[in-house]
Design a protein around this ligand. Structure first.
Ligand code: PMP
Length: 354
């Protein structure tokens, strides 16, 4: 820390992203990316439709908001875009939390929530998951706090139904409930339709997972016009040109090629079912996943040790130090070939154990 660093941030512990090696000769199953690149069709569309780069990006996101409005049957005014959904989550902490309206989220969830709370000096309550790692909706009723729930949750992969989220939103009429749907396309139920029913629901999605665009950085928030206007106030007060023109063009290209996204999600769900069955046959416990990753624990090898041994073999998975989950690993579901490599190496590692 330099002697110039603001005392307001002196105790900030930044988020630790998963490793992003420069070389691509690793089996990369650590940060829940899509193993498939954007389709040729989407890339061609982007190449042909990117606004000239000597101009600033278009500020209103007219095309993508229009397309999203059509897809979900609501108004373009119910959407705003972000530089990844991370940016929109930060905007939500800035817009809807303070000393009076503190935050609440599960104790085991996306590691960025406490970081954004700290960054914005928002006090927060971490609500323990139940013993089976599930989120109990009733633990979130009438909290008087801005609530952040990843649905499906990360790193567990477990999902609430839309009816359960509906109940949480209904039971917090005077607080914003933020549902982070980064992984919803792999078996979850989106809550976007509920924004017509509730003015206190904000749903955030990303193009980084099912839509193959992690490197392009694009996310969107859906909510009542008033909530979206608040997010735009924050956006225009920080970085109005938050999404670049290349990403906007590619985002639209990907939305216009829904079939590829759907096919990729189906493949990942099939690969997930196969991987779970294989891991279970090796004695692993695997939580029921509605995401493009699984959370698994071997009875024979600790999560940290498995992570390190796989890394030595050029395979990256994720391990978290938090004591409650240190026996576990989060494994992104990739191509069938990638999962074959993973399983072959796990088998060898287990065979080496006494
Ligand atoms: N929410 C959750 C639960 C995530 O796991 C991630 C990915 N790390 C994000 C949001 C952010 O995704 P992005 O910024 O790439 O849209």
């Amino acid at each position: 820390m330099s002697r110039f660093f603001s005392s307001r941030h002196a105790s900030l512990v930044p988020y630790t992203p998963g490793e992003q090696p420069k070389v691509l000769n690793v089996t990369k199953l650590n940060t829940n990316e899509c193993p498939f690149p954007p389709s040729e069709k989407a890339l061609r569309f982007a190449a042909e439709n990117t606004r000239p780069l000597n101009l600033y990006p278009e500020l209103q996101f007219v095309d993508i908001r229009g397309r999203l409005a059509g897809l979900y049957g609501i108004s373009p005014d119910n959407f705003v875009l972000g530089n990844g959904s991370d940016e929109l989550l930060n905007f939500a902490f800035m817009a809807f939390c303070d000393d009076q309206k503190q935050a609440a989220f599960p104790n085991i969830s996306y590691g960025f929530y406490p970081v954004y709370a700290e960054l914005n000096h928002v006090p927060y309550l971490e609500i323990p998951l139940r013993e089976d790692f599930s989120i109990a909706p009733e633990d979130y009723f009438n909290l008087g706090r801005t609530i952040f729930i990843a649905n499906p949750n990360a790193p567990t992969g477990m999902a609430l139904t839309r009816a359960q989220v509906d109940e949480i939103v209904k039971r917090n009429p005077d607080s914003v409930v933020v549902i982070d749907e980064a992984y919803v396309d792999f078996g979850g139920e989106t809550c976007i339709p509920l924004i017509q029913k509730y003015d206190n629901l904000l749903v955030i999605q990303t193009f980084s997972k099912s839509r193959s665009m992690a490197g392009a950085r694009l996310g969107f928030a859906a909510g009542s016009e008033a909530l979206i206007a608040d997010l735009n106030t924050i956006r225009y007060s920080t970085n109005p040109y938050n999404v670049n023109s290349m990403t906007l063009a590619l985002g639209l290209g990907v939305l216009l090629d829904k079939e590829t996204t759907r096919k990729n999600c189906r493949t990942i769900m099939e690969n997930r079912a196969w991987t779970v069955a294989e891991l279970e046959s090796l004695g692993f416990t695997v939580l029921p996943s509605s995401a493009n990753f699984i959370f698994a624990r071997s009875g024979r090898i600790d999560g940290g040790e498995l992570y390190a041994k796989l890394k030595a073999r050029n395979i990256l998975i994720r391990h978290f130090d938090k004591p409650e989950i240190s026996a576990w690993n989060r494994i992104t579901i990739g191509t069938r070939e990638q999962m074959d490599i993973l399983l072959r190496n796990i088998r060898e590692i287990l065979e080496e154990k006494p």
